[in-house]
Each structure stands twice: as structure tokens, then as C-alpha cells.
Design a protein around this ligand. Structure first.
Ligand code: SF4
Length: 376
């Protein structure tokens, strides 16, 4: 298959769904975690949950980088931009994420110089165009986006650009999966592996999940046929009593990952001993800080960072939803105090957040069906 339409072809989707029903043991309950927020979005957007038998439960994982960032890091980033000479730059999905004193967009409304950018190199160009200002890039993301931040820092160094820095909030996926597997309240049978991250890290880093934990993992694409085929592959492994890493997304993910991207990351970043994840606490070696050789472009070294820890509002259950312990709709605030228009937690902001995906597709669909008197 070559074109997106072919991965959305109803006949193929129907066959994959039938195959899932044939393979799933009706006496068994399956819990499959989709690690990546992109999969969560696809599952709700395309209504894939409705194509599965009721004994296959899809559990949403911690693969939305905006969602796992604790509120204190947003406040830390914004505190640096209190200086009127600093321009705060970030991707669009960061803009409405609430900090303790409001989101970046709310700070912009109060007069802070906050700009949306589409790639880190946009921030670099902004710094070149504004030599009398300091441009700080609020970097966020898993290994998917870390290489572009690394390449931008390498370029900044080559140019000797002194009015540019990066506040690194890059995180790494493997320690998060390990933390989930170590969590006593978690029971996962198999993983739908992240497609975007794996384009960079490849499939090898997941081998311990199969070997040591006995859990199958299939790295998956994001179209309906991709996700359903990955579930077929997981069921085939479970039926055969196997646990291995498979790559369903071969058209994009090389088994060994991307060497140039990994090289750029190794040049610029090193692992932090500990980093706090929203709802999951401190996880060792789970995030990237900027090496001393790039200290001049490290916002954490150039500015005073308060490092204040801010807890989520008491009633917000973002942590439990992030770990897959609760479904979005089980949070007391879902659809009431917390909506995409007025988000309380980051999971309701990002398009990859499970609460936003659930609200925008499942919740709205249920509301429409109810309004026309159909059974939900
Ligand atoms: S509904 Fe809002 S508060 Fe509740 S888990 Fe989702 S984002 Fe967090």
C-alpha cells in the first residue's frame, strides 16, 4: 500500500476487525497499552475502539510529551520570560497548557512576548532578526523532536549566536515504559509501540520488554489499518505464547533507527539523573539536559530557574489517566470543570492528550446520539 486512503479502506478495515475477533480468546480479557498519544488520537478519531470485541481494552499510555510535563516546568519557563528583553517561543500545543499562574497564551495577553513557532530553527531565525533581544525556545518532546532541537543548537554554536537559548524539557520513552511496568496497579498484556519515537531510536531498545518482561510489543503506524494490524500481530504472539518485538510500521521505522539523528542528540544532550513526570513522580535517566559544551545556549544555565514544584489541582486525576489506571471519563472534572475550551490539565489541551481525544470524538459523539434520541 502506498497512499493514505489505502490505509483507511473500509473493506481492509473490516477484514482486520474480523481477524481480531477470530484471534481473541472470548474467555480472556486483554489490556493493550498504546504508548503514543498519536495512537490514542487515531483510536478515537477513527472510532477503532468500536471495531474491537469488548474483551480487548485499549489503555492509554504516557506518550504525550505536553501531558507528562509537570506544571512547575511551565512556570519555570515562563519565569525566564518575565524579563522584557526575552522572547518566549514554543510550539502551538504548549500555548494553552496551564501553569500555576496561567498558560503561555494568558501570559501573552498580560503583555509577555510569547510567540508560536513551527520548528526550533524558526526560533533561531527570530534570534538572528532580533539581535537586541534574547530568544528562548521552550523545547519539549520525546526522541521524535529532540534531534531537531539538537541540530538547532549545533547551528547556533556554528553561528556563534549569543542571544539564543533552549530550555530543554525533552524526555525519553524507555524509562517511562519501565516505570509503568514497575507500577503495582498496572496490568498490561502487550504494547502498541510508538511509531514516531521509533523512527529515531529504532526497535532494538524495546527488546528487554519482550525478553525480560514477557510482553509482546508491535511498533505501529497511525492509520486505522496500521493500528488494527498491530492488534492482530499482538494477538498472534499471545496465541502462540510468544513475546517479541515486531515492526508493523516498516515503511517509516528502520529497525536500527536513524543514526544521524542519534548522533546529533549524543553531541548535544546527556541524560539527567532524575526528571519529574506529571502523575508518575521522578523517573531516573528519563530526560535530556544540555551538555556543558553547549552551556552558553542552555537557558537553565543562563537564567535563574526557580525550580518550584507545583501540584495539580486536587480534584484533577491527570496522573491516574496518564498511567492508564483511569479512563478520561472517570476523572471527576471531565466534561464539567475541564473541557478543551477551559482545560484544567494538559491532557485536555494537546491533540495527543487522551482527555482531549476522548472529549472531541467519544464525548461529542455520545452527546449528538443522545440529542437525536439514539441509544449510546
Ligand atoms: S479531565 Fe482534565 S483534570 Fe481530569 S484527567 Fe483529564 S485533563 Fe486532567
Amino acid at each position: 500500500m502506498k497512499f493514505v486512503d489505502e490505509f483507511r479502506e473500509p473493506g481492509v478495515i473490516g477484514k482486520a476487525s474480523e481477524e481480531i475477533r477470530r484471534l481473541a480468546d472470548p474467555k480472556r480479557h486483554y489490556r493493550f497499552m498504546e504508548v503514543c498519544g498519536g495512537h490514542t488520537h487515531a483510536i478515537y478519531r477513527f472510532g477503532l475502539k468500536d471495531l474491537l470485541p469488548s474483551n480487548i481494552e485499549l489503555v492509554h499510555g504516557p506518550g504525550c510529551p505536553v501531558c507528562v510535563l509537570p506544571m512547575g516546568r511551565i512556570d519555570d519557563g515562563l519565569s525566564m520570560a518575565q524579563d522584557p528583553n526575552v522572547i518566549f517561543t514554543a510550539f502551538g500545543d504548549m500555548m494553552r497548557v496551564p501553569g500555576a499562574n496561567g498558560s503561555p497564551l494568558e501570559h501573552k495577553a498580560r503583555g509577555m512576548d510569547v510567540r508560536i513557532i513551527y520548528s526550533p530553527s524558526d526560533a533561531l531565525k527570530l534570534a538572528q532578526k532580533n539581535p537586541d533581544k534574547h530568544v528562548m525556545f521552550f523545547a519539549i518532546g520525546f526522541e521524535t523532536t529532540a534531534p531537531s532541537t539538537a541540530l538547532t543548537l549545533i547551528r547556533a554554536k556554528e553561528l556563534g549566536l549569543s542571544n539564543f537559548s533552549v530550555f530543554s524539557n525533552h524526555v525519553t520513552i524507555i524509562p517511562a515504559i519501565r516505570a509503568i511496568l514497575d507500577s503495582p496497579d498496572m496490568r498490561i498484556d502487550a504494547f502498541i509501540g510508538p511509531g514516531h519515537v521509533s523512527t529515531v531510536i529504532g526497535c532494538r531498545p524495546y527488546e528487554w520488554i519482550a525478553k525480560n518482561e514477557g510482553k509482546p510489543i508491535v511498533v505501529s503506524g497511525f492509520e486505522p489499518v496500521d493500528v488494527l494490524q498491530s492488534i492482530v500481530m499482538l494477538l498472534q504472539q499471545l496465541q502462540a505464547g510468544e513475546a517479541k518485538v515486531e515492526n508493523q510500521y516498516k515503511r517509516v521505522v528502520p529497525w536500527e533507527g536513524s543514526r544521524p539523528a542519534l548522533r546529533a542528540m549524543a553531541e548535544v544532550f546527556e541524560l539527567r539523573p532524575y526528571f519529574e513526570w506529571r502523575g508518575m513522580g521522578f523517573i531516573s535517566q528519563s530526560a535530556l539536559s544540555i551538555r556543558d559544551s553547549y552551556a552558553q545556549w542552555d537557558a537553565e544555565k543562563r537564567f535563574q530557574v526557580p525550580g518550584v514544584r507545583v501540584t495539580d489541582p486536587k480534584a484533577a486525576q491527570c496522573g491516574e489517566v496518564l498511567k492508564g489506571v483511569l479512563k478520561p471519563v472517570q476523572c471527576k472534572l471531565f466534561g464539567k470543570e475541564c473541557t478543551p475550551e477551559r482545560p484544567v490539565g494538559a491532557l485536555m489541551v494537546s491533540s495527543e492528550g487522551s482527555c482531549a481525544a476522548y472529549f472531541n470524538y467519544e464525548h461529542r459523539k455520545a452527546a449528538v446520539l443522545t440529542s437525536i434520541g439514539a441509544a449510546v
